[in-house]
Design a protein. Structure first.
Length: 237
């Protein structure tokens, strides 16, 4: 998991550089030099079991600043490192071909050899507000209609960008092509349901596998689950 939102933290940035992670610092500097970006005091946006994310800034003619997300990983960082990041880039690009507004937009990937790798993304958003959770289910269902599984569709792995939900962190994403694809899609959306219920501090009251039994892997079916499960538990919590 690696999440990011627009509101960075000076304390997070200072802590990052003070924790003795010199390989991370070298990789971040190399990525900024490669893409001609700068990081500012509140640039550190998030970290997880896989990678670190920063907000990079560039300046266009006329003085307008452009913000981008830089995700960096070290070699072997909780897995294959750069290979995992390259796989994430390919998964995001494949999803963007069919649903361009449902996923974070990839601008570039670069392998820095022994230092690690970096992924440059165009979207920096905010946490998805609860009022937009319906969009979460709808976009995940739309991905499922294209046989694309996110793999880890928790709230932390989505951002809200200019009125739209975009999924991030496609490290675990796969294309469902076997006969058990509906089962895989149900497993995918069950993760989102549990994440929302955890956020609401609401109990399921029944096993989540039972709840998603009627899910058919489509956007309308996903929205119906949201209305039947999340809204009900939100109003009763």
């Amino acid at each position: 998991m690696c999440r990011w939102v627009s509101a960075g933290s000076m304390q997070n940035l200072v802590r990052f550089f003070q924790e003795g992670r010199s390989p991370w610092v070298r990789l971040l500097v190399a990525a900024c030099d490669h893409w001609n970006l700068k990081v500012e005091n509140d640039a550190f946006l998030g970290k997880g079991t896989f990678g670190r994310v920063f907000r990079g800034t560039s300046q266009e003619e006329g003085g307008r600043r452009i913000f981008k997300a830089i995700k960096i990983v070290l070699p072997g960082d909780n897995g294959a490192g750069g290979l995992d990041l390259l796989r994430e880039k390919e998964s995001l690009n494949n999803a963007a071909k069919v649903l361009p507004n449902a996923v974070a937009r990839v601008e570039d990937f670069h392998d820095f050899g022994s230092m690690g790798a970096a992924l440059l993304l165009a979207d920096i958003g905010s946490k998805v507000p609860q009022t937009q959770w319906r969009q979460l289910f709808e976009t995940l269902g739309s991905l499922h209609e294209q046989n694309i599984l996110h793999g880890d569709p928790r709230l932390a792995n989505a951002i809200y960008v200019q009125g739209e939900v975009r999924w991030i962190d496609f490290r675990s994403s796969v294309v469902a092509i076997d006969a058990a694809s509906v089962t895989s899609k149900r497993r995918d959306i069950a993760i989102l349901i549990k994440s929302c219920c955890d956020k609401l501090m609401a109990t399921m009251g029944t096993d989540v596998e039972e709840v998603v039994r009627e899910y058919d892997g489509t956007a309308p079916s996903a929205v119906l689950l949201y209305e039947q499960v999340i809204i009900n538990r939100g109003s009763s919590s």
